[in-house]
Design a protein around this ligand. Structure first.
Ligand SMILES: [Zn+2]
Length: 208
């Protein structure tokens, strides 16, 4: 027996979430229907969609575009720290060791899943650096396999630029396999100070 159409649609919506299959989508849909706070959830989703946007500079989720960090004239716009997730920006900001700007990729490369990073905000970063005024791009992706693969992807993408930019990787003291969001101030300080320069091999832009 088919479900009522509105329920089918709810299930189909859940199914579009990453990692959610049909069975999980059904479970979530039935849970939502029985959950007293479901209306609140619906309202929260609508409000978040209405009142947040992606910053056109750094691709972070913010209330305005450009976001507060990108609009702050006191921050060094020549330094861009590239992170995987918005929560990484929070973690580095909490540590108060970095006074430059950020770029959020909104994820990491997952070689095991065969993704090639097309969903990541790499192109906006390349465009941003191509506009000029950037002296250094610091790759602060997680020190795990996905993060390393992501850092390589970004490095390769930046290699098409006419004007080469200095690309570094946060390094010293970053425990292998850890996540940026859980690190403490001292670790960030060391990692920033001990960042290592990555070599860019220039290659022609596609189609050039
Ligand atoms: Zn921003």
């Amino acid at each position: 027996m088919a479900y009522p159409e509105p329920l089918e649609q709810l299930i189909a919506s859940f199914e579009r979430f990453p990692g959610v299959g049909r069975r999980t989508a059904e479970r979530l849909a039935f849970h939502v229907l029985r959950e007293p706070s479901a209306r609140e959830l619906a309202g929260a989703i609508e409000r978040a969609l209405r009142e947040t946007r992606l910053c056109r500079e750094c691709c972070n989720v913010a209330r305005s575009s450009p976001c507060e960090l990108c609009a702050d004239p006191k921050r060094d716009s020549t330094l861009i720290c590239v992170v995987e997730q918005p929560k990484d920006v929070e973690a580095i900001e909490r540590a108060r060791v970095f006074r430059g700007r950020y770029h959020v990729l909104m994820g990491a490369l997952n070689p095991a899943e065969g993704s090639e990073g097309e969903q990541l905000f790499v192109a906006p970063l390349v465009e941003r650096v191509a506009r000029g005024g950037v002296a250094e791009v610091i790759l602060a992706t997680d020190p795990d396999a996905e993060g390393e693969a992501t850092a390589r992807l970004v490095l390769e993408a930046l290699a098409v630029l006419e004007q080469p930019v200095r690309v570094t990787r946060m390094a010293r003291g970053l425990p292998a396999g850890s996540a940026i969001e859980y690190l403490h101030r001292g670790v960030f300080e060391d990692a920033l100070e001990g960042r290592i320069e990555l070599r860019l091999t220039r290659r022609p832009a596609p189609g050039a």
